[in-house]
Ligand binder design. Structure first.
Ligand code: CUA
Length: 366
C-alpha cells in the first residue's frame, strides 16, 4: 500500500479521535463536578482525588501484574506448572491490602460527610438563608430574612455561607448545583438542607437542575445560581424588594395585558392568572405558580430552559416565546397543562391579541 493511502486510511481516524478528545478536555463544563467553586464541592473533590489515586494504583498494579505474570508463566514445551494448595502468607497479604485501602477511603469520606452536614440551629454568622421549594416543574426560592420570593433563579453573595432548606410542594425532586453543592432530595413533608460558601463570583450563572425523576418535564426543571459580590447582591435585593412597575408607566398594550391578567373571570371554569400568580401591589395574590412581580428581571424563561428577558437582544423573540407559552405551555414543557394546578392553555380561551397583550405585560414586569 502506498504511503499516502496508509496515512489517510490509518492515521486520519486516529487524528480525528485525538482532536475530539482534546476538544472535549479543553472546554470547561459548567456542570462539571471536578471544577469546585465552593467549600462544599472542594470537600467532595478532596475525597475524589484520594479515591482516584488509590484506584489508579490498584488499576496499574493489578493489570501490570496480570500482564507480567501471563508473559512470565506462559506455556512452553516441557514446562509443567508446580502443584500446591494455598499460601497462608499470601492470603493474609491480599486480604490486608484491600482492608487498608478501604480504611484509607472510609476515613476521609466519613469526615467529609460530617463536614457537609448543615446545623440549622447553629448557622455561621452572616449566613444567607434560602428556602428552595420544588414544584412540577419549577423551583421557588424564598429568602425568609429578606422578604424576597422569586423563581428559578437564585442570587447569593460570594464568600458568605448560604443555607438552603429543601422542600417540595408535590412529588420528590432533587436539588443539585454541580459546581456549588452536591445533590440532596426535596421530599414532600420533610425538610432537608444544604450549606455551602461560594468562592468565586461569576457573571455567568452556575447551572442547577432537578436530579430526581419527577414526571414528564423533569428534564425541563432547571435553575440558575448567580454568585454576586456583596454590592451586586445588595443591588439585587433592593431591586427585588422594590414595588413592581407602576401601572401608569406601562405601555398601552401592556396595560391591556394587565387588565386581562388581573381579571378574576378570564374564562368560564378556568382559574384566571390572578388565581395562581402574585404580582405585588396588584390584585394578583395567587400562590400556586411562580411569583411574577419582577419576572422580567430574570435571565431565563420557563425554569431555565430558554434565554429570557435580561440581556436578550431580541425582545420580539421573547414576546413570541411568551405568546407560545401562554397559548399552549405543553408545547414547551410537556405535561404542564394536565398536572394538578397546571397552567391552562390560554389559546383555547383567549384571542391572539389578548395573549399578545398579556405577554407584553409580563415583559414589562422588570
Ligand atoms: Cu423535579 Cu425532576
Amino acid at each position: 500500500m502506498r504511503l499516502d493511502r496508509v496515512l489517510t486510511r490509518r492515521l486520519a481516524p486516529a487524528a480525528a479521535i485525538l482532536l475530539i478528545g482534546l476538544a472535549l478536555t479543553a472546554c470547561s463544563d459548567p456542570q462539571s463536578t471536578i471544577e469546585p467553586k465552593s467549600d462544599a464541592t472542594q470537600t467532595v473533590q478532596n475525597v475524589y482525588v484520594i479515591v482516584f489515586w488509590l484506584a489508579a494504583v490498584v488499576f496499574v498494579a493489578v493489570l501490570g501484574a496480570t500482564l507480567v505474570l501471563s508473559i512470565w508463566f506462559r506455556e512452553r514445551p516441557g514446562r509443567v506448572a508446580s502443584q500446591f494448595h494455598g499460601n497462608t502468607r499470601l492470603e493474609i497479604v491480599w486480604t490486608l491490602i484491600p482492608v487498608v485501602i478501604l480504611v484509607a477511603i472510609f476515613i476521609p469520606t466519613a469526615t467529609a460527610i460530617g463536614d457537609l452536614e448543615p446545623d440549622a440551629d447553629n448557622l455561621p454568622p452572616g449566613t444567607v438563608r434560602v428556602e428552595a421549594i420544588g414544584h412540577q416543574w419549577w423551583f421557588e426560592f424564598r429568602y425568609p430574612d429578606l422578604g424576597i420570593v422569586t423563581a428559578n433563579e437564585m442570587h447569593i453573595p460570594v464568600d458568605r455561607p448560604t443555607y438552603v432548606a429543601l422542600l417540595s410542594e408535590d412529588v420528590i425532586h432533587s436539588f443539585w448545583i454541580p459546581q456549588l453543592v452536591g445533590k440532596v432530595d426535596m421530599v414532600p413533608g420533610r425538610e432537608n438542607a444544604v450549606i455551602f460558601t461560594p468562592t468565586e463570583a461569576s457573571d455567568e450563572a452556575y447551572l442547577g437542575q432537578c436530579v430526581e425523576f419527577c414526571g414528564t418535564s423533569h428534564a425541563n426543571m432547571r435553575f440558575r445560581v448567580f454568585v454576586d459580590d456583596q454590592a451586586d447582591f445588595d443591588a439585587w435585593v433592593e431591586a427585588q424588594l422594590a414595588p413592581p412597575v407602576a401601572a401608569e408607566t406601562l405601555s398601552e398594550l401592556a396595560q391591556e395585558g394587565a387588565a386581562l391578567f388581573q381579571n378574576p373571570i378570564l374564562a368560564l371554569g378556568v382559574t384566571p392568572c390572578v388565581g395562581c400568580h402574585t404580582v405585588k401591589g396588584t390584585p394578583a395574590v395567587g400562590l400556586i405558580g411562580p411569583d411574577l412581580t419582577h419576572v422580567a428581571s430574570r435571565s431565563t424563561l420557563f425554569a431555565g430552559i430558554r434565554d429570557g428577558f435580561q440581556g436578550s437582544d431580541d425582545p420580539e423573540r421573547v414576546q413570541r416565546e411568551l405568546e407560545r407559552w401562554l397559548s399552549d405551555p405543553d408545547d414547551i414543557k410537556p405535561g404542564v397543562t394536565v398536572r394538578q394546578n397546571g397552567m391552562p392553555a390560554w389559546g383555547e380561551h383567549l384571542t391572539r391579541e389578548q395573549i399578545a397583550a398579556i405577554a407584553a405585560y409580563l415583559r414589562e414586569l422588570k
